[in-house]
Structures are given as structure tokens and as C-alpha cells.
Design a binder for this molecule. Sequence first.
Ligand code: BES
Ligand code: MN
Ligand code: ZN
Length: 497
Amino acid sequence: MPESLSFGFIPFARPKGVLVAFCAENLKFGTATRKALSPVDDLLRRVAAADRFTGKNGSAIEIVAPSGLDVPRLVVVGTGKGGELKPQDIVKLGGVAMGKIPAAAAEATILAEFASGALKGDQAAALALGAQLRAYAFDRYKTKRKDDEKRPDKATVKIACANPAAAEKAWVRGKAIADGVVLARDLINEPANVLDPAEFARRASGLAKLGVGIEVLDVAAMRKLGMGALLAVGQGSAHDSKLVVMRWNGGKRGVAPVALIGKGVCFDTGGISIKPAAGMEDMKGDMAGAASVVGAMQAIAARKAKVNVVGVIGLVENMPDGNAQRPGDIVKTMSGQTIEIINTDAEGRLVLADMLYYVNKKFKPKFMVTLATLTGAIIVALGQEYAGLFTNDDKLAERLAKAGEATGERVWRMPLGPEYDKLIDSKFADMKNAGGRFAGSITAAQLLQRFVDKTPWAHLDIAGTALGSPQTDINKSWSSGWGVQLLDRLVADYYER
Ligand code: BES
Ligand code: MN
Ligand code: ZN
């Protein structure tokens, strides 16, 4: 798709550009769609038969320059059995539809009607959300484009629906979410020679234009606070560490905020415990937790949510050099607890430990959620379908599970417990930063818990869900932006009911 893609909502009318329509199984169309496609009724039936297209959910047929219709291309997308579709299914269908609109097209119209009837405003907006997510591509560094990849500078997708005004209203929220996901994906895809801690902090500071309060702490400020663990991770890097605090106060004055905390390791070489070369390039995405927090803050602020949220991201680069920390080093955290460094590649928990303590103490939040590409072990356990959820609070677990099912960003609860906690006891310090081969994701979470106290807290290990994402109907990019939709929903459900 083009550099700039916009969505508009119009009444059912003469379609412009590529036309996308929906049908249920057995080529069942809604009334308005059937009317619009009546000139090509026979042609459609023949193409469908030739292609064995029946309208199964997510399948599609295309007719180029259909005679009888004044459009360059007609696409029909199947919606399946025709029963009630969940919002998440409609988002997916928006993605399927967008996937069928050629990159070169400057104009397209999607008829927002299923066999069961016209889509409501929020459903039409869900289509647009899926379409925008599907259209995302990170290609700003590709300077050569083949002829068939040429794209217009601007493209518009019109969504023809029964109530454009209601759809337009629902799209304020949909677009806020889509833009938040896109921002997160961009940050994650950006290479580490461009997105170092300072540049990341600058981009996060861009949220000020939406009314988000921004504070950037530099190394001196963090040293003063005693953040010895976070700073130890960045001490081998040529780039100074940063901590960014983003505040959105859309809720009642004086009501404690919800805290979202993200791991922002702009590049993770492993440090002195250096990683093998194969696949190390993926570690430019080790800041995905921080990216999701920034994306969620953008979504929450852009839709002017009536909530109080604080987003905090720790931005560091884990490099090996003469100043880098060593295995055996002992660092002192802001909480006063000491950590023996066993493996400098277990750096994310060090960054999160100081942030957790700082946020808890400074903001006394209702609850805290940490997001981090924390362990390879969570990929072994859960693959790329679920993020690992660790929490000290059953109610929060329930809220996250529910928000996960609603958005498709699903979480699976993992255990915590004193038996696991023992695995990070140290001979020399209060704890060690790596617990050995067993239960790698759990021992990482146990370390975090030592910095939480009694505040409800949930930790999401997103190493599997955020990077090297499988191709889906709503994402073709290496990064998924996982967590933006989940956090937005979690916060909304918490305050708005
Ligand atoms: N950033 C990595 C975890 C990771 C691995 C994220 C693969 C995404 C994809 C993390 O900092 C790390 O290196 N963890 C180590 C911990 C170990 C040394 C205790 C791991 O998982 O191997
Ligand atoms: Mn690491
Ligand atoms: Zn890491």
C-alpha cells in the first residue's frame, strides 16, 4: 500500500475504484450488495464455480474489469456460515479484503454488508482497523521498487455502510488503535543503528502532541535514584541509557494510575555472555515491550480515554566492551537489594527490576503490567500463539485473559511460587540474575516479583508473540505490535465499567 492510506465511511452508493463485497456460504449476499452486483450476477456465478469458491470464511475470488460494472476489479470475500461474527472476526475480514486490493490501486470501496445484514458503525470501523493493519509494511529502507510494486503516494479506502456517521464515530477509537499498533511495529522494525535509546526517547516524546506528559531521565538522574541494575546493562554501550515516563491523565483527578512498563533493550548482543551470531539481528526487536507501551499510550491518548495511565520504558543497549558488566559482578538495585550477575544476557530483568520499584514507589499504581521480550524459554513453552502471563493477582489474570480473547492477543498463565524463587538465591548477593536451565521464564518472573511488593502486578513475556511474527490476515510484517490492542482493552475495561 501507499505512503499514506486513509479510510472514509460513505453511504451505499456508486462504488469507486476496486470494489470489495462480502458473501456468506453458497454465494449468499446481503440486499444492498446483491443489488450493486446484479449486473454481474451471472458472471460471478461462473467465476465462483470455475474457482470452486463457495464463500468459506476468509476465501476470495477476483474478477478483473468485470463487464457490466464500472470498476477495474471486483473482489468477493467469503464470510462463511453466516452466523454472528465477533468483532475480532470482522477485523480479520477487513485484513482479507485489504489483502486483495492491489498495491497500485489509489481507490477502493468496501461494501460493509454481510448476508445477515448491514454492518453497524463499530463493525464497519472494525473492518477498517483490519484493513489498516494488513496494509502495513516497513519498507522505508527499500530504495528500489519493481514495476509491479509501484504504489501511489496517496490511497483512500471508502467503506460503504448503513450508518456512516456512527462508523466515523467508532473509527476515532479504531484509528487510534491502528495508529498505535503501526507506531509499535515501526519502532520494533527500525534497526538499532537508527533507534538507539536517545532516538527512541525522542520518538516517545512525540506523544506530547496528543497531550501526553513526557519526562526523560538521563544517566545522571537514574544514578541519583540508585538504579544500579538498569544502568549496569547499558554501561558497555556507546549510547547512554534513558528512562521515559509518559503520563496520560484523562480520568478523575487524583485517582491512582494504571502503570504499563516496557523492556526497551534497543539491541541485545548478550553483552560479555555474548549470543551466537545466527539470528542475532532479531535482537533489534528486544525493545518490543517498550514499543507496545508507547503504542498503547498513543492509542489511549488519541481516543482521549477517560483513564489515568502511566507508561514507563527503560531504554538501554546491551553491548560488550571494556566498560561492560561481567559475570560475577554484583549490582545494587534502587530497592537496595543486590543482584549477582551470572549471565550478562539475562539483562531485561535487571532493567525491569529498577523500573518496577521506581514506578511502584513513585506512582502507587492501581496495578502494574510489565511487557518484555524476556526469555527464549517462553518461545519453547508457548510458541507464537500466547504470551506468557505471570501474576500475583487472580483478578488481574482474569481481566487479561478476557482482554486477550477479545482482541486476539491471547495470554496463558504460568506459575509462580517459592520453590521457583529458591532457584535464584545467590551465594554472594540477595539473588542472582539467571537460574539455570530449568523453568527459565518462571525464574525471570520470580526475580521481577522481588521488586513488586503487594501491588497487583502482571508480567507478559512476549518474546514469542512480538517478533518474527507468523503471517496473518492482519499482519505481514516481522513485528506484530503485539500488546497494543490488549493493553488498550485492559485499561478501557478497567475504568469504563
Ligand atoms: N532478549 C532475550 C530473550 C529473547 C530471545 C527474546 C529470543 C526474543 C527472542 C533475553 O535478554 C535473553 O537473552 N534471555 C536469556 C536468559 C538466559 C541467559 C537466562 C535466554 O532466554 O536465553
Ligand atoms: Mn539477553
Ligand atoms: Zn534481552
